[in-house]
Design a protein around this ligand. Structure first.
Ligand SMILES: Nc1ncnc2c1ncn2[C@@H]1O[C@H](COP(=O)(O)OP(=O)(O)O)[C@@H](O)[C@H]1O
Ligand SMILES: [Mg+2]
Length: 260
C-alpha cells in the first residue's frame, strides 16, 4: 500500500435520521472508519444502508448526531468523496472516456488533462480499449467498470459504494471485487461498501458492520483477518468461511428479533 494515510477518516457519532416526520430509519449509529480502512455494511433490505451512505455523502442531513470526514462536514469534504451507485448512470450519448472525463470537465480541466485522466482511469479498470465505445456497446460489467473509473477521476480519499455489483452475475462480481481491492491497495482510499452478500462483504472488507432492527442500528461487527493479497484462493480458505458464517449468524439472529 503506497499511500495508506491518504484515505479519509469517517466518524459517525450518535447518528440518527427520520424522513420528514416519518419513523426513525437509523438511530444511535457510532462508528469510526479509519484512514484507508475498507468497511462493508450488510443488513436487511429497507434497513437504512443507502440512507447511511447518503448521509456520509452529504446528500442528506442527519436528524440527530454528526458525520465528519477528516473532522470536516460531508459538504466540506465533497471534493474528496466519490459515490458509485448500483445503477451505473452513464450518459448514453457520451463515450466511455467522455463519461469518465465528465467530473474534470465540470471542474474546468483542460481538454488535454481530461483526455489523460480518462485514459489513465480506464486503464486502471482494464478498459483502455473501450475508451471510444458508447454505453450501449458495453456489457453490464464493463459499464460498472466505467462507473468506477469515473468515480476515481477526481482522485477521491473516500469511496462510497452502494451495492455496485449487485446486478451482475457471480463470476463478474468476483472479478470486479478482486480488481477493486487491487485499486484500493494502489490508491489507499477509504471505502464504505454496501452489499446484501455476506460473502462479498467478507471478501472485500477489513471489517463488516451488520445493521439491523427498526430503527436501524449496528447490531454487530466482524473483523476480517485474511491473508493478503486476497484472490480466488481466499474464497477457499477456512478463515473466509468462518467470517462468512459469523456475519450470516449476526444477520439471522437479528432477523429473528425483528420478526422479519
Ligand atoms: N426519500 C425517502 N423518503 C422517505 N422514506 C425513505 C426515503 N428513502 C428511503 N426511505 C425509507 O427508509 C428506509 C430505509 O431505506 P434505505 O436506506 O433505502 O434501505 P436499504 O438501502 O437498506 O434497503 C425504508 O423504509 C425506505 O422506505
Ligand atoms: Mg439500498
Amino acid at each position: 500500500m503506497t499511500t495508506a494515510t491518504r484515505g479519509a477518516e469517517v466518524r459517525l457519532t450518535g447518528l440518527g435520521i427520520s424522513y420528514e416526520r416519518g419513523e426513525d430509519i437509523l438511530e444511535g449509529i457510532d462508528l469510526t472508519v479509519r484512514h484507508g480502512e475498507f468497511v462493508a455494511f450488510v443488513g436487511p433490505s429497507g434497513g437504512g444502508k443507502t440512507t447511511l451512505l447518503r448521509l456520509v455523502a452529504g446528500l442528506l442531513a442527519p436528524t440527530r448526531g454528526t458525520v465528519t470526514i477528516n473532522d470536516r462536514s460531508p459538504a466540506e469534504a465533497r471534493a474528496g468523496t466519490a459515490v458509485v451507485f448500483q445503477d451505473p448512470t452513464l450518459l448514453p450519448w457520451r463515450t466511455a472516456a467522455a463519461n469518465v472525463a465528465l467530473g474534470p470537465e465540470l471542474s474546468g480541466a483542460s481538454a488535454r488533462d481530461r483526455l489523460r485522466i480518462a485514459a489513465e482511469r480506464l486503464a486502471l479498470v482494464g478498459l483502455a480499449d473501450a475508451a471510444d465505445k458508447y454505453p450501449h456497446e458495453l456489457s453490464g460489467g464493463m459499464r460498472m467498470r466505467v462507473s468506477v473509473a469515473r468515480a476515481l477521476a477526481g482522485s477521491p480519499r473516500l469511496l462510497l459504494m452502494d451495492e455496485p455489483f449487485g446486478a451482475l452475475d457471480e463470476l463478474t462480481r468476483q472479478r470486479l471485487d478482486a480488481e477493486l481491492l487491487r485499486l484500493r491497495d494502489a490508491n489507499g482510499w477509504t471505502a464504505l461498501f454496501v452489499t446484501h452478500s455476506a460473502a462479498e462483504a467478507v471478501f472485500l472488507a477489513d471489517r463488516v458492520v451488520v445493521l439491523g432492527g427498526r430503527p436501524g442500528q449496528i447490531v454487530g461487527e466482524v473483523a476480517v483477518a485474511l491473508n493478503a493479497p486476497r484472490d480466488d484462493s481466499t474464497r477457499e480458505s477456512e478463515a473466509y468461511f468462518e467470517a462468512v458464517r459469523e456475519v450470516s449468524r449476526l444477520l439471522r439472529q437479528r432477523g429473528k428479533d425483528d420478526g422479519r
